[in-house]
Design a protein around this ligand. Structure first.
Ligand SMILES: [Zn+2]
Length: 127
């Protein structure tokens, strides 16, 4: 739901997703070389909630980057992984909705992110 005013910001976000998708394509092509498949029907991506990725921008970039590749017309499935961290002070687990969470147990800011920061190709459906 972006207005015309933040169009330029939208472009920046798309660029970010675009480069991510290029690395996804690289992963797919490497897997194709190793496993000998020639067509990808479906791609499952796991995306951490702390990655600040917009699924909508991701889908757009996916279509653009996969064009003329072996994953042309492949379907993109996105699974979001919740953010989680560990408090360095007391060692308890912290649910992280954002990067600036405070430990609910001791109030410390020293939290190491343990999940939700990465994007990975979880599975490929191939021919
Ligand atoms: Zn703590």
């Amino acid at each position: 739901m972006r207005g015309d005013q933040d169009g330029s910001r939208g472009d920046l976000i798309a660029m970010h997703e675009m480069s991510l998708m290029e690395s996804v394509l690289q992963i797919i092509e490497d897997a194709a070389k190793q496993q000998g498949f020639t067509k990808v029907r479906r791609v499952w991506l796991e995306i951490g909630q702390l990655c600040c990725i917009e699924p909508q921008a991701l889908r757009f970039s996916f279509d653009a980057v996969m064009r003329d590749s072996i994953a042309h017309h492949a379907q993109l499935e996105i699974a979001e992984v919740a953010g989680q961290g560990r408090c360095e002070q007391c060692g308890c687990k912290v649910e992280m909705a954002g990067r600036d969470e405070v430990c609910p147990n001791c109030g410390s800011f020293a939290i190491t992110v343990t999940a939700g920061e990465q994007m990975r190709v979880k599975e490929l459906e191939v021919e």
